[in-house]
Design a protein. Structure first.
Lengths: 348, 617
């Protein structure tokens, strides 16, 4: 369960009076050095820093190393480690049952881009209000290192097998299919990942974060394009992300000529400093083009590629009552005797 | 209420002599049409006109998997004794399909009669039948209907012809036609005109030579007519369903389509907000995933599907069982395997459903045998799912789900909704926390919390993996085994909660019959045939749930021979009985199966039992 604090520094708390310990999960059973452990740490920090009550969060995953990592953060949140490739449908049901909850889905590249591709695209298409994290390492870890569908063409397995099929770019797919917040980061880039996660928490709609998270056991060798080394050499950021939470004072200094400021649903601001000229994160076609171009150049583009804060999310589209459907009282879900009599009369 | 057409002055009546030996309220009509020709409304109007005269009636739509062009048949059985099973012998054929007319006529028994389109030029007519040629095109033209609707209007003409020949109450018929087309007065007018023209033509031109007559009774007074899918949808609504994930598949589609209609009307609140969410999923995997996600988060959730969808749901069904998540799955069975006969009926999913998924999985099945039970068990399924924290399957079939059946009106639920063992924040505070999978009450059913419960000890980890009482990951042999044993205990508890079987008969006969679902109507009629024709008295137990309650084993114990009647090839219910009953009783079971895609009929059951009993003598 929760780990014991070793620091003797004064205990800090967040805006709702909780300590970082209140956001911790079980001890990880993943390999030492696994990118997923770092991602789990960044996620819990983001919820802590955003002052989100852990009991207001649902965590849902499929199957795989990434999906297991659900247990390694935020034990006080409600968790469901479900079926391989089917996290989207489980999350959809849970969100409809209680749209007042915040939901994060944890998946992997196999869980999303192979077995789960069908449910994945439909989740995107619905703009389901969820943070969908892909912990992307290009291989199946739990079955000991087979290629996944995000593995780059020409990348090499430990066994020497070369991947001869093109990868699915989950970010480009997400932008095309209707996700309203799409970005890519690297588990080793603490600042970028943390900022993106906090902005993701502020967004209402589908957030797709493809986080390159190297598999130290099966895909961190020479010839791999999802290794720590490769990422450090080829990571090319499209923008520098800054996030100003609604309760923070705006103190980040940027040159206004080179920044794009996006107001999020909760009043916070996502401030993106352009690193690529003419790049605007609200242009769908431009985002997809850039992703395809950088792919050809052998770069791994990171940053926030696309944001749309206007599109209605799926739960809002269904025009449900404000309260959770799950706990509506009987008088609101069982029609009256008069209605019943009317229905019987209609069939008499 | 209904009157005979003889009292209606505005229209001419048949002046032909009624057959000396008239057959009153006991015959079958088969309407043979082309799929997509819009005959369904006409057939239901004909059915309802007989029902409204107080005469027991049932309708079976035997349709192809096709949108338009293939042959389709609708069989209306009129039965003063109230039998509603399909009857093999047809007494009156309404032949509207040139493609099948020869065969349809050939299949008629001696003494039958045929209303047919005179354009068919039926040569070489059988001498043992009565023929009623009707110039449909000429009559349709006389209605003045637009060309594009003439195909539909044609059906209304045969309603008029049949009504005249069978002495169906005309005033009542007009009311039904006008009700059917509701506010569209012009449409109602042209349809009614077509009925009148058919009626007038029969009265003035045809000479009644067959013995079939409908005479008013009071047997249907106070009853309703409804199909099982509508009834199930109503059950779900009154059970308080809130989340529906579904994927269209015949013959289950109309459960959700009817539910959408009802919910839009009765479950939208004053401010226009819906107290429900219905999502058409991308496939059945997603449909059941949504149901379990919603059930986990505390909603009353359901889906409706048929065999192929059930196959796709298998993995999730195991998760639902093992992770203990409520959900209701309506399976309107059709003829398999694979695509099989997708619009025909069968009871071929029961064995697969009982253990759907891999590993040691056991499911609770509720099995309605009537439209009333589609409503009642459809509603009860939601209470059971939440109380037992497991997926509950409701097994209907094409015949029950898509055909119209007479029924006593349903009853408004008197018992409040039972949400099962759910702990709130206050209870958690008092208890100082909880262990999700600890069997506190000894009934195998543990306590759960719902996401959003505002207490630091409320959350738990739901998973398809092994776990301990506290829901923590565990591969310890004793944790796994203890959990599996508790699930068996829960299944035992289920036996005390599921609907008990229904016994027909004294319970003292040597011969017993066990059946489930829509085989009921055929078995009830067969028992009457066996008793009247062969002096064979039987007891009959209709099973309404799996797991079997103790009454089932007791019933088999008390009888020398027990016929297990079902609509599948392999005797699936019998196989389940073999596994679950006292092994010394199993040799008493005899299988009677019916699996040609048509609803089972009484005569097939009677013949099978008679043959077996004769062979034993």
């Amino acid at each position: 369960m929760s780990t014991t604090p070793v620091s003797s520094a004064p205990v800090k708390s967040n805006s709702i009076g909780l300590e970082i310990l209140d956001y911790r999960g079980s001890k990880s059973t993943l390999c030492a050095g696994c990118g997923h452990n770092v991602v789990a740490e960044r996620i819990l920090e983001a919820y802590y820093e955003m002052g989100i009550q852990p009991e207001r969060v649902m965590k849902i995953s499929g199957i795989g190393c990434s999906s297991k990592s659900l247990a390694y953060f935020m034990s006080r949140s409600f968790s469901f480690n479900s079926v391989h490739g089917r996290m989207p449908s489980v999350a959809t049901g849970a969100i409809l049952a209680n749209q007042t909850m915040r939901t994060i889905g944890i998946s992997g590249d196999g869980d999303t881009a192979s077995i789960g591709i069908g449910q994945f695209v439909h989740l995107l298409r619905r703009n389901l209000p969820i943070i969908y994290v892909i912990e992307d390492n290009g291989v199946y870890g739990l079955t000991k290192g087979q290629f996944s569908a995000t593995a780059d063409i020409g990348s090499k397995l430990k066994t020497g097998v070369i991947n001869d099929l093109p990868p699915i770019d989950v970010c480009a797919l997400a932008i095309q299919m209707g996700a309203t917040f799409v970005g890519r980061s690297f588990s080793g880039d603490k600042k970028q990942l943390s900022t993106m996660l906090k902005a993701a928490i502020a967004h209402k709609g589908t957030v797709l974060l493809d986080i390159i998270s190297p598999c130290v056991t099966f895909n961190d060798h020479e010839g791999s394009t999802k290794s720590y080394k490769y990422m450090k050499e080829h990571d090319e950021a499209v923008n520098e992300t800054g996030f100003i939470a609604p309760f923070d004072e705006i103190s980040v200094e940027y040159d206004h000529d080179t920044t794009v400021d996006v107001q999020m649903h909760d009043g916070s601001h996502l401030r993106l400093r352009k690193l690529h000229e003419d790049y605007t994160p609200t242009d769908k076609a431009g985002a997809v083009n850039l992703l395809m171009e950088t792919h050809e150049k052998g770069e791994v583009l990171t940053g926030i590629f696309y944001v749309d804060t206007h599109e209605l999310d799926f739960a809002s589209r269904l025009n449900m009552v404000e309260e959770p459907l799950a706990t509506l009282p009987e008088e609101r879900v069982r029609p009256s005797r008069e209605v019943f009599a009317e229905l019987m009369q209609a069939h008499a | 209420m209904a009157t005979s057409n003889l009292e209606v002055q505005s229209l001419p009546t048949a002046d032909s002599p009624i057959h000396p030996k008239k057959v009153v309220n006991d015959f079958s009509i088969q309407v043979a049409t082309v799929n997509g020709s819009g005959s369904q409304s006409a057939n239901n109007i004909l059915l309802r006109s007989i029902f409204n005269m107080g005469v027991p009636v049932s309708g079976k739509n035997l349709f192809p998997s096709n949108i338009a062009g293939l042959p389709t048949w609708f069989v209306i059985r009129v039965s003063r004794d109230g039998w509603v099973a399909r009857k093999n012998d047809i007494d009156l054929l309404i032949a509207m399909n040139l493609e099948t007319v020869q065969e349809d006529v050939r299949n008629l028994p001696t003494g039958g009669s045929v209303i047919f389109d005179e354009a068919f030029n039926l040569a070489d007519r059988r001498s043992d039948l009565t023929y009623y040629p009707v110039p449909f095109d000429r009559l349709v033209a006389a209605t003045g209907a637009e060309m594009k609707v003439r195909k539909l209007i044609k059906n209304m003409v045969y309603v008029g012809v049949a009504a005249q020949l069978l002495s169906i109450d005309v005033k009542g018929l007009e009311n039904i036609v006008r009700k059917q087309f509701g506010k569209k007065a012009a449409v109602a007018d042209v349809n009614w005109k077509a009925v009148q023209l058919g009626f007038d033509y029969a009265a003035s031109t045809l000479t009644k030579q067959d013995p079939l007559v409908v005479e008013p009774m009071t047997a249907t007074h106070g009853k309703i007519i409804i199909d099982g899918n509508s009834a199930a949808a109503m059950g779900a609504m009154f059970a308080g369903v809130t989340v529906v994930g579904w994927y269209p598949i015949t013959p289950s589609t109309s459960i959700v389509e009817d539910l959408i209609k009802y919910m839009k009307q009765y479950r939208v609140e004053k401010d226009g907000k819906a107290s429900f969410a219905i999502v058409q999923a991308e496939d059945e995997l997603a449909a059941i995933g949504m149901v379990l996600g919603a059930g986990w988060a505390g909603a009353r959730a359901m889906t409706a599907t048929s065999g192929p969808g059930i196959s796709l749901m298998a993995e999730f069904a195991g998760l639902g069982y093992f992770a203990e998540i409520p959900g209701v799955i309506f399976d309107v069975q059709r003829t398999g395997p694979s695509t099989g006969l997708p619009t025909r009926t069968a009871q071929g999913d029961i064995q697969c459903l009982a253990g759907l998924s891999h590993g040691d999985t056991k499911h609770v099945l509720l099995i309605p045998g009537s439209v009333k039970e589609c409503f009642e068990l459809g509603m009860q399924a939601f209470d059971l799912a939440e109380y037992l924290q497991t997926p509950i399957f409701v097994l209907s079939d094409t015949d029950l789900g898509m055909n119209n059946w007479m029924s006593e009106p349903f009853e408004y639920p008197e018992k409040p909704i039972n949400r099962g063992k759910v702990l709130n924040a206050k209870q958690l505070e008092e208890l100082g926390g909880f262990a999700r999978y600890k069997d506190v009450d000894g009934d195998g059913i543990t306590y759960r919390t719902l996401p959003g419960t505002d207490h630091p000890a409320a959350a738990y980890f739901t998973r398809g993996t092994g776990k301990n009482d506290k829901a923590l990951y565990s591969e310890r042999p004793e944790d796994y085994q203890r959990n599996m044993e508790r699930l068996v205990r829960k299944f035992e508890t289920a036996k005390t909660l599921v609907p008990k079987p229904i016994l027909n008969g004294t319970g003292k006969q040597k011969l017993g019959i066990i059946a489930f679902g829509t085989s009921d109507c055929a078995v009830l009629e067969s028992r009457d045939q066996l008793e009247r024709e062969l002096k064979l008295a039987t007891d009959y137990l209709r099973v309404r749930a799996y797991p079997f309650t103790p009454e089932v084993d007791e019933f088999v114990a008390r009888h020398e021979t027990v016929y297990v009647v079902e609509q599948n090839r392999d005797g699936q219910l019998l196989n389940l009985l073999k596994v679950d009953l006292d092994p010394t009783h199993v040799t008493k079971l005899q299988s009677i199966t019916h699996y040609n895609g048509l609803p089972i009929d009484a005569r097939s059951v009677t013949n099978a039992i008679a043959s077996h009993e004769g062979a034993n003598k």
